[in-house]
Design a protein around this ligand. Structure first.
Ligand SMILES: *[C@@H]1O[C@H](CO)[C@@H](O)[C@H](O)[C@H]1NC(C)=O
Ligand SMILES: *[C@@H]1O[C@H](CO)[C@@H](O)[C@H](O)[C@H]1NC(C)=O
Length: 430
């Protein structure tokens, strides 16, 4: 059993909303990276390499923070290391109120801070007031809706109270409720979902910043946005992450628009565990210029479901045994002067300007799916003139396929079909 660690698949999606039904059984939202010009976190004075450097530091912070394991049954998300790489905007209630949430594949519950607050963190957008929504309904402890989340208790009034705690010590307590949630599609229409279960949090704290009002869980279990809208659209979604250094927003697709198929598509089984939140894959090995190294032995990080795919983690952490073979092979293939990572966090760095042409061919072998990487999937310019390998050895059992490795692939999560697909893509065009 792996212990759980907060996969910080924190991503925030920002959408703009209108009001209409979609017609084709699927829809697409914008996924806004915190460093995109559309993000409230965007700092126009930063250079692209500073931006990437910062993302790497956040990822390192998250990896370092991921060592604490939680007790079984914990919901977890790491929202401290990065405060959400992406933002998602949803609207709750009638009339609808904007909610900016950390979109988080490492947790399930959708929750927002609610009035009246017992203890809340400061947020920039107005706080949701359930007494102003005509469609808000509190859920009683005996209702089946109280069971979608795994840590609830009966309040003195017989209501369903939830207690969400995250790996980084952040937490939210409040009432489980239902209301209409609207999502704005990139086509300009918005899609309404009635009776969506969410948390109305009146006691929230930890590493949240003022740009967010809560969390939008995109994990695999019942309470998540994916599972709840899955009743109508199927539990299927896909996203295409635009490389950091390009100024274009990324997209996340739901329903029929989320299918990934066509030339170049490869698929691998999506492994479910009793802990349904995370999306596990099986990593069999990595090839460097055609020479294959495999996950071997009986140590942690080998076997079925040995890696979590996480769009909120920046770096890719590999099982120790595999990393110990791969790093020297990459090092042997690159004939450039080595330098130290100025931030001191990455192991293998080179002096290089422009594209990192010296990178060897790297293929990641998942069961049934060989994924050929681009240089920027494995190396990052941490400052001007220095490129570093973005694979790191895992600490404990934390093995994660991070978002740099996913850039410019259309990645499809077909939860009901039990498979995950990769298709090489130019994400600025999708
Ligand atoms: C579950 O709720 C209790 C309070 O009822 C709380 O003390 C505990 O930390 C919660 N566990 C998790 C994993 O959130
Ligand atoms: C790297 O991949 C390219 C394209 O597939 C191929 O032409 C080239 O021979 C490969 N290089 C090595 C060293 O394997």
């Amino acid at each position: 059993m792996t212990s759980r660690y907060a996969s910080s698949f924190c991503f925030l999606v920002v959408l703009s909303l209108a009001s209409a039904e979609d017609i084709d059984g699927g829809f697409t939202l914008e996924l806004i990276h915190r460093d995109s010009p559309k993000s409230p976190f965007y700092d126009p004075l930063e250079t692209p390499s500073q931006r990437v450097g910062r993302a790497v530091s956040r990822s390192i912070a998250r990896l370092a923070g991921g060592l604490r394991s939680n007790a079984p049954g914990d919901p977890y998300a790491d929202i401290n290391g990065n405060q959400g790489e992406y933002l998602i905007k949803i609207m709750i209630g009638t009339p609808p109120v904007d909610i900016m949430g950390s979109a988080d594949t490492g947790s399930d519950l959708i929750w927002t801070q609610c009035k009246p607050c017992r203890s809340c963190f400061k947020q920039d957008v107005p706080m949701f007031d359930p007494s102003k929504s005509r469609t808000y309904v509190v859920v009683s402890y005996d209702s089946p809706k109280c069971k979608v989340f795994d840590n609830t208790s009966r309040s003195s009034q017989g209501l369903c109270e939830y207690h969400a705690s995250y790996e980084d010590q952040s937490y939210s307590n409040g009432n489980i409720a239902t209301d209409i949630i609207s999502l704005g599609s990139t086509s300009g229409s918005s899609i309404r979902f009635s009776e969506m279960v969410f948390g109305c949090g009146y006691d929230n704290g930890g590493a949240f910043n003022t740009h967010t009002s809560g969390v939008v869980g995109l994990g695999g279990s019942d309470a998540s946005l994916i599972s709840q809208i899955g009743r109508r659209y199927g539990r299927i979604f896909s996203y295409c992450l635009v490389p950091f250094f390009l100024r274009s927003s990324s997209k996340i697709n739901f329903g029929s628009t989320a299918h990934v198929a066509g030339r170049g598509t490869v698929s691998t089984p999506l492994i479910r565990r009793s802990q349904e939140t995370f999306y596990y894959l099986t990593l069999e090995g990595i090839s460097i210029n055609g020479k294959k190294f495999t996950t071997s032995g009986s140590s942690h990080g080998t076997g079925e479901g040995n890696i979590i795919i996480d769009s909120g983690t920046t770096l890719t952490s590999l099982p120790h045994d595999l990393y110990k073979q791969v790093e020297p092979a990459i090092s042997a293939a690159i004939h450039l002067p080595k330098v130290k990572d100025p931030s001191g966090s990455l192991n293998l760095c080179y002096q290089s300007s422009g594209d990192f042409k010296a990178a060897p061919n790297i293929t990641v072998h998942f069961t049934g799916a060989d994924v050929e990487l681009n240089w920027y999937n494995a190396f990052v310019k941490v400052t001007e003139g220095i490129a570093c390998l973005t694979f790191v050895p895992s600490s404990c059992d934390e093995v994660t396929y991070g978002n740099l490795a996913q850039m410019n692939f259309l990645i499809g999560y077909d939860i009901d079909g039990g498979k995950l697909s990769f298709k090489p893509a130019d994400c600025t065009r999708r």
